[in-house]
Design a binder for this molecule. Sequence first.
Ligand SMILES: Cc1cc2nc3c(=O)[nH]c(=O)nc-3n(C[C@H](O)[C@H](O)[C@H](O)COP(=O)(O)OP(=O)(O)OC[C@H]3O[C@@H](n4cnc5c(N)ncnc54)[C@H](O)[C@@H]3O)c2cc1C
Length: 299
Amino acid sequence: MNRETVNFLSSHGDVSTEARFKDITTIKMGGDIAYLVSPFDMNRLTMIVKYLKEQDIDYKIVGRGSNMVCGSLPYQGCVIRLEHMNRYHFDDDGELYIEAGVMAPRLANVMAAQGLSALEFASGIPGTIGGLVYMNAGAYKKSMSDIVTKVLVLIDGETVWLDKSELGFGYRTSIFQSHPDWTILACKIQVEKAKPEVIKALIADRLKRRRATQPLDKPSAGSCFRNPEGDFAWRLIDASGFRGYRYNGIEVSSKHPNFILNADGGTAEDFIMTTNLIKVKVMDNFGIDLIMEVELFNC
Ligand SMILES: Cc1cc2nc3c(=O)[nH]c(=O)nc-3n(C[C@H](O)[C@H](O)[C@H](O)COP(=O)(O)OP(=O)(O)OC[C@H]3O[C@@H](n4cnc5c(N)ncnc54)[C@H](O)[C@@H]3O)c2cc1C
């Protein structure tokens, strides 16, 4: 840990040198983080990224860590969280401008109360708007690509608006996945008016369906594998005999076999052993190469 770096980061954000990935990811795994910083605002974030690049310090943006599995070894770089970048407002063009650190479920509920429809599908996705754009997250046949019109991005020290046509959106993918050094600062989404009670009822219905089908009582990173074309990852995992499978602290959910849970002190290493075994068996049984949706980091 370098005192000069801590001093610089502290003058632009809240800093911890004692954080662990297990405290900032939903699956609750992962080792020590050398520097964790939450920049005070967008300008401070820009300055921090510039400094880290100049000092050749590795960095990683983490939203709510709800799609990440992180290794047990210490990470010598800097994790940047955007919890202070949590503002949103309507623009002159009638679109909603949202900073990247806003939590999607919270915003979906605020919008519902105001009769603003767009984010209902994301009301149960426990991530930030930046993370949802990065993943083109979706549910119930809707995804971010249906509502996002532009994204404000930090690229090589410049802030640039990218149009939807430039975002490379596809199933759980976006251009950002091939540019890990770009930082999503904010986005604009299209919003429609609807009756608050109608939006609230839709959200309640979606959450009820989630609770009925997903193991929300144990730590996870959501769906582990992407669904292959024309099939479901959970079906292939189930048909390969993994429903309820245990390996050390890892458990393949009995309720939804595409959820790989941290049942009891599981590590990323256990997680990788389990997912590799699933991949091999599914390949043997069905000739299908399951692709991870969850991101492995520092593993
Ligand atoms: C219980 C549960 C249910 C889930 N249900 C769904 C679902 O229905 N649909 C779905 O699509 N997903 C689902 N997920 C997965 C996850 O919530 C989404 O992928 C979400 O988009 C991740 O957001 P996050 O802020 O947590 O991102 P993180 O997990 O923190 O980060 C994911 C990636 O995005 C990058 N990133 C995050 N913010 C930025 C930024 N501002 N700039 C640049 N890069 C950034 C990170 O560096 C990382 O590479 C679920 C997860 C859980 C735990």
